[in-house]
Design a protein around this ligand. Structure first.
Ligand code: PLP
Length: 463
């Protein structure tokens, strides 16, 4: 057992050749701090007479330095089949959007500079032209859809009442609750109807001298089935006109293409709402739209102008990276290049394509030389193909699913929960579903370029 006298000094450790590369990599002051921490621990462990804390001192220092500097945000493989997984950062960007972000990030841009006039310009002109072409209405961008709802309520209804159906007082993941946002906006909620049935007459009875706004919310992440009633959008438009107040529709997802060919019904499209006469719509940038985190507001020119003049807009504005990612995403729709956008591509990916990818994956697994075969009989990992369902997620298309083909994994000596944990600890981490006694992987949300990495992670778990 070593004694306190055997503990090396900070300087001696810093000058050891085995740590020289680390010192260059992480800088002397940073490594010095981590060495102090590790030595402090070693002293404590010596005092408690734990087994030799000096044995692997250098590795511990190296690990501490690497862990200390490693980014917390990392890419993961999404094998859950949930396309817009809020916990996994929702929409992956198109290749072009990612490239534009890279370019804008490391450079100066004309973010608030008018290149024609040669003087200060406005940040909110960016994306406005593309949004105008897509939606047929003036539009603006804020930090996310929660911010868009807050800005709209505060601008149009502060000090007054907003009429909403009880069936639409929703909570979205991450504690976005309509009644709470309403309170923060300074507007008063005027609830009408019941959870399952609200008629246009309920709205009309609630409209009075203090009414500033009618609000319609897409009940994104749940569905009421059975004895239900909700006024048609056209009825709400007419009611708002009669009352002389604007109608705001929180669409949630901002779908820009028809999902019916994929077997998904009832997902509202922003343009159709505006054409039906809704005064203002808002939706997320990173849900079905498939772009960066953002909130988009579009509608009547005078209302959009009013929102722009609200000082809150300054607090909710987006940075150059958001515009850099959003513009090529919007342009992809205008150019009809849906398959450039990963979210649209994954939603539209035919079930047969996923099945043939899954079969090819399993065939590779069973090919000579793969770890699955070289393992002893009964050991290793069993891969099986089963039918299943993917979901779009991200608070859209509740209760509706897309047919898919899953890889079902069973391990000889690990439970499904343990296997899932190992996958999560891999580099890159693999996020999977667990169902009773097996782990399920859905290739719909795994990029083909990630399949090789996935295969070798599985091989490393096979013995
Ligand atoms: C998702 C959602 C929001 C919140 O949007 P974020 O972009 O996550 O802020 C608000 N309203 C509805 C209806 C939603 O579906």
């Amino acid at each position: 057992m070593p004694s306190f006298r055997d503990i090396p000094s900070v300087d001696e450790l810093l000058n050891r050749p085995s740590l020289a590369a680390l010192v260059v990599e992480a800088g002397r002051p940073y490594v010095t701090e981590r060495i102090r921490e590790v030595l402090e621990e070693a002293r404590r462990q010596l005092r408690d007479a734990q087994d030799d804390p000096l044995a692997d001192l250098e590795q511990r220092i190296a690990r501490r330095v690497q862990e200390g500097l490693a980014p917390s945000l990392r890419p993961v493989i999404n094998a859950t089949g949930v396309i817009l997984h809020t916990n996994l950062g929702r929409a992956p960007l198109s290749a072009e959007a990612a490239e534009r972000v890279r370019e804008a990030a490391a450079s100066y841009t004309n973010l608030e500079y008018d290149l024609e006039a040669g003087r200060r310009g406005r940040r909110d002109v960016h994306a406005a032209r593309l949004l105008g072409q897509l939606l047929g209405a003036p539009a603006m961008v804020v930090n996310n859809n929660a911010a868009a709802v807050l800005l709209a309520l505060n601008t149009l209804a502060e000090g007054g009442e907003v009429v909403v159906s009880r069936g639409e007082l929703i909570e979205i993941g991450g504690s976005f609750r309509i009644p709470e946002i309403m309170r923060k906006s300074g507007a008063t909620l005027r609830e009408v109807g019941t959870t399952n049935r609200t008629r246009i007459a309920d709205y009309e009875a609630a409209i009075g001298p203090n009414t500033r706004l009618l609000l319609r919310v897409h009940p994104s992440n749940y569905r009421i089935v059975g004895f239900t009633e909700r006024p048609a959008l056209e009825q709400m438009v007419a009611a708002a006109r009669r009352a002389g107040v604007p109608l705001l529709e929180d669409l949630g997802s901002g779908c820009m293409f028809d999902l019916r060919p994929c077997g998904i019904a009832d997902e509202p499209q922003a343009r159709l709402s505006l054409e039906a006469g809704v005064d203002l719509v808002c939706f997320s940038g990173d849900k079905l739209l498939g772009g960066p985190q953002a909130g988009i507001l579009a509608g009547r020119q005078d209302l959009v102008e009013k929102l722009r003049r609200n000082p809150l807009f300054r607090a909710l504005r987006v940075d150059k990276m958001t515009y850099a990612a959003l513009e090529p995403t919007l342009a992809a729709y205008l150019r009809g290049r849906l398959d450039d956008l990963p979210v649209a591509r994954m939603i539209r990916m035919p079930a047969e394509e996923i099945e043939s990818r899954a079969r090819a994956f399993v065939a590779q697994w069973h090919s000579p030389g793969s770890a699955a075969l070289s393992a002893a009989p009964g050991a290793g990992l069993q891969l099986e193909i089963v039918a299943g369902e993917s979901v779009i997620g991200g608070g859209s298309t509740p209760g509706q699913a897309l047919k898919t083909t899953l890889l079902a994994l069973r391990h000889a000596s690990l439970t499904a929960a343990q296997l899932e944990e190992r996958l999560r600890a891999a580099t890159p981490p693999v996020i999977a579903r667990v169902e009773t006694d097996r782990v399920l992987l859905d290739l719909r949300t795994v990029f083909p370029s990630q399949e090789a990495a996935l295969l070798s992670i599985l091989e490393s778990l096979a013995p």
